[in-house]
Ligand binder design. Sequence first.
Ligand SMILES: Cc1cc2nc3c(=O)[nH]c(=O)nc-3n(C[C@H](O)[C@H](O)[C@H](O)COP(=O)(O)OP(=O)(O)OC[C@H]3O[C@@H](n4cnc5c(N)ncnc54)[C@H](O)[C@@H]3O)c2cc1C
Length: 442
Amino acid sequence: MKSFTRVLPHAVRRTTRLSGAVPRLGRTQKPAFAAQCAARHLSTTPHLQEVDLTDIPPTPITHLSEVEAAMADTVQKFANEVILPKVREMDEAEAMDPSVVEQLFEQGLMGVEIPEEYGGAGMNFTAAIVGIEELARVDPSVSVMVDVHNTLVNTAVLKWASPANKKKYLPRLATNTVGSFCLSEPVSGSDAFALATKATETENGFKLNGSKMWITNSMEADFFIVFANLDPSKGYKGITAFIVEKGTKGFSIAKKEKKLGIKASSTCVINLDDVEIPKENLLGERGQGYKYAISVLNEGRIGIAAQMTGLALGAWENAVKYVWNDRKQFGRLVGEFQGMQHQIAQSYTEISAARALVYNAARKKEAGQDFIVDAAMAKLYASQVAGRVSGLAIEWMGGMGFVREGLAEKYWRDSKIGAIYEGTSNIQLNTIAKLLQKEYTA
Ligand SMILES: Cc1cc2nc3c(=O)[nH]c(=O)nc-3n(C[C@H](O)[C@H](O)[C@H](O)COP(=O)(O)OP(=O)(O)OC[C@H]3O[C@@H](n4cnc5c(N)ncnc54)[C@H](O)[C@@H]3O)c2cc1C
């Protein structure tokens, strides 16, 4: 197994780049920016007040701090050398190679924002976003594993777990324990808070009963954040978050879904049958679960948008390498025909626009500004671009794009999920319209 310089958690102190990294495609970095980032409070979760940005000189949105650039370079190299050789095999097997999961922990990619005192990398949100994007450029399945674990699970524990639970779980989540986020159910998808799973208080804690659906990472996970209604008389205000560990009596994986895309990412139905958990497994406060879910999903959407941007770039690069280097027809490289060049240029422009939306949403979140519309626009647009570009990329490659020898067809299959999870495209449009109407209504 190849070993890499671990980018995290010591990257903050290290600025050296691994040699041989591939181009950063439009992202730039200058040393002075790191200092500006420090001024922008790039650490993640604790502060929620808006940061005063008045004295900070504006920089291109694609500029990365040194830490973020180190993350991009190292993950790029790791993804190309370790993950790429296994992508097709994992897709065909519809399973994540356990050695990949192990390496993700070794690389520090499962604890990007977890503070160093808990064994994490102590990095900022944008570093996580850049890592998710780079992974998706090679394999969107690995990318979503890292995304859900970091942006939903770790964030929820960091924000709302008790000090004792932080001490107990964060070191595990940073080093060896995959997490899952269990909100959706057979009866509740877009209408997430219509969930039917019930929690009842017992002498020693809580008892959970119900069924969760579509749960990412559930085959690999040992740690589950489960949303259940503790007081249905209060409607969605009864929804409460709980921590459930795999192996708890009554907790079972009922079915693993066979999917169109991101096949290596596990998606399962989970049954909760009189699952008894101790009272300390309450995550945060009773009745606050819906607020917690909305909060992490708003941030998580930026992660999915980054996954889709990375996917689009990966599909674009995979195709242009072929049409600009290998395939000739009528005595010319096929990528030299103007009809092809215009599509290639249009696609790259759209990818760059999606990336700008993603980075802007991430920076606004870090600055403590309102980013909900930005996150929704980023996810909506990036998933549209991913679908469009990966579809065109197949056409640019002709028959070679259609066969399972290469990755073109896989990128396209994988792109479809961007418009579905963490809020469908219609739900993003609803959010954008609702907030805009509020702003523009007298
Ligand atoms: C691969 C995969 C992984 C997932 N991972 C997780 C996970 O880890 N944890 C988790 O909790 N969930 C997860 N989900 C669930 C995911 O978030 C839901 O699938 C998603 O929210 C959509 O819900 P639904 O599938 O029930 O679709 P539905 O809600 O049934 O929607 C069907 C259609 O109706 C439209 N629609 C619904 N309501 C409205 C409306 N108000 N206005 C306009 N159109 C509307 C939708 O846009 C969609 O086109 C995952 C799903 C998949 C497929």
